[in-house]
Write a protein that binds this ligand. Structure first.
Ligand code: DX5
Ligand code: ZN
Length: 215
């Protein structure tokens, strides 16, 4: 049984209330919120005011994925906006250990996302301090991209690394997740599946969430 984290990026932005309503009624446990700054990634999505409104409407865990430079500057702001989990990119944090402690000091769970080219080994010394590792299975910046098959190897290596230090870190997969690769990802060691296009473009999003969850 996987935790499903539908990504708002693929929702109809004219009807965000409807997207929240659908999610509340679904079996998804998390709501994945992608913040892009046009600098760390070549796209701009949405930010604090939108997240603040969604927090008022949703009953789900707010899983905020920051694809921004200098994420350490905005930790308090995202806490105030309603983030329960705050994920920052390894590639954007020269002082990762310190930034993780700052996130936890605000009472949030701390996540670290890895771009496709970044090896899981770089997290070895801080893995015990990380609640969620978000393995990017596409290059961050856009929804609807093709899943990178090498992700399976990374997930397996990460699962071993976590086990070796006795940590309870969750492994989250972000990008190109479908009903066709969900089970294989869970078998490889994934606990959380982010799904944007697969959920929001499905004819029955709630049924799709249930299907993914059973992976
Ligand atoms: C990509 C984002 C993803 C995106 C996933 O940069 O981090 O969360 O919304 O979208 P799909 O599921 O459509 O690949
Ligand atoms: Zn994401």
């Amino acid at each position: 049984m996987a935790i499903i984290a539908p990504s708002l990026l693929a929702a109809d932005f004219l009807h965000l209330g409807k997207a929240c309503e659908m999610l509340n009624e679904s079996e998804a446990e998390w709501f994945h919120l992608d913040v892009m700054d046009g600098s760390f990634v070549p796209n701009i999505s949405y930010g604090l005011p939108v997240i603040e409104q969604i927090k008022k409407t949703t009953t789900k865990v707010m899983d905020v994925h920051l694809m921004i430079v200098h994420p350490e500057k905005y930790i308090t702001d995202f806490k105030k906006a309603g983030a329960d989990i705050l994920t920052i990119h390894y590639e954007a944090c020269p002082h990762l250990h310190s930034t993780l402690q700052q996130i936890k000091a605000q009472g949030m769970k701390a996540g670290v996302a890895l771009n496709p080219h970044t090896s899981v080994e770089v997290l070895k010394e801080v893995i015990k301090d990380i609640d969620v590792v978000c393995v990017m299975s596409v290059n961050p910046g856009f929804g609807g991209q093709k899943f990178i098959e090498h992700t399976y190897e990374k997930v397996k290596a990460l699962a071993i690394l976590i086990k070796n230090v006795g940590a309870s870190t969750l492994i989250e997969i972000d990008g190109g997740v479908t009903e066709h690769n969900a089970a294989a990802l869970v078998n490889a060691g994934a606990h959380v599946l982010v799904a944007g296009t697969t959920v929001f473009k499905a004819s029955d999003p709630k049924a799709m969430i249930s299907l993914l969850r059973k992976a």
